[in-house]
Write a protein that binds this ligand. Sequence first.
Ligand SMILES: *Cc1c(COP(=O)(O)O)cnc(C)c1O
Length: 422
Amino acid sequence: MSLVHRDGGGALHIEDVALDAVARQFGTPCYVYSRAALTAAYDGYRQALAGRDALVCYAVKANSNLGILDVFARLGAGFDIVSGGELARVLAAGGDPARVVFSGVGKSRAEMRAALAAGILCFNVESAAELETLDDVAGSLGKRAPISLRVNPNVDPKTHPYISTGLKSAKFGIPFEEALPLYRRARDLPHLEIRGIDCHIGSQLLDPAPAAEAAAKILGLVDALAGEGIALSHIDVGGGMGIRYRDEAAPTASEYLAPLLAVLAGRKEKLLFEPGRSLVGNAGLLLTRVEVIKHGAEKNFAVVDAAMNDLARPALYEAWHDIVPVKKVGAGDTAAETRRYEIVGPICESGDFLGHGRELALASGDLLAILSAGAYGMAMSSNYNTRPRAAEVLVDGATTHLVRRREEVAQLFALESVLPRP
Ligand SMILES: *Cc1c(COP(=O)(O)O)cnc(C)c1O
């Protein structure tokens, strides 16, 4: 399912809403999401997992807007969080704490207390030190903390090194060889309750084989634990399924999960998944307006009102996002000719680009849609250059919901102060 489509006149729409109307009403830059696309992505997992005892825990860090969390909470999703802040968001959006798993290499005591008080499903513990601290914190609250160990299966996911997490060299997870002794230690700690096992090997994975290989290694461990009388009630295989940004042969959820489910066939443990990108990435776009056209000596630049502070992925990973005009090509008031453009933001950094060498017919004032921006877009945005963060709009049929107001400049330094005056 494509996120956007054109009406008879060639105007770009998301569901039943014209994007130029969104820009007029809410301004630019503006993230626009589709409830139908979010639901379709979640349904992809639901269908792939039909007949299995499974829980899909949306990885909140991909896009933590309350409106998006609300959509998934209503669909019955669980959530994978990596901070106390994300826990607060899930609770504020009406998410069920009993379906929350807490990942992350550096949980603070305060975050542990908040998660224990909320009654989350499981802590995905990433080190021996965290295990001891969690036992201590749980004891001080008179509770037992439900735990999984996040095991590092040492599998190469063959993705970008910045989003590869399952290799021996990564900071994530517990080395495979240390997992068994650490489970024994967890069994002996009085304020812990062993629930499951967890792994997550990386992101934007297009080939399902590494995830299946990781699951097979994890299963070996599950059986070894059972042999010692440590029974697990769930197996969490993480997230990471890739999406199509350009021309990648991205798998459907069924295709991606099939080899993994084959490995896990006949298991009695509940299966947990932590997808982020694949649930939201292609359900959102970034709407931006061309401010200035510059025809340089060697290159043509279209300076737009969105920048690397709004969408960091191109600057950070040289990621490619499709960029399409909101008006039909050639339907502009000015009969602009098609040229190769560098699509850049106004930030004072040469790395501030959103797309290189795009063949477009552009005039200042034109609207552009930067596609596949629903994941790690707004979530990684910043206020660099004192730029207020974009508005966010969730489209549902013919209705638009403003799910985050555009920031105002005064808010950006409201917590700051000048030095005292004599
Ligand atoms: C980031 C992350 C995910 C989600 O990864 P995607 O590639 O967005 O699916 C899941 N689990 C953990 C532990 C993560 O850090």
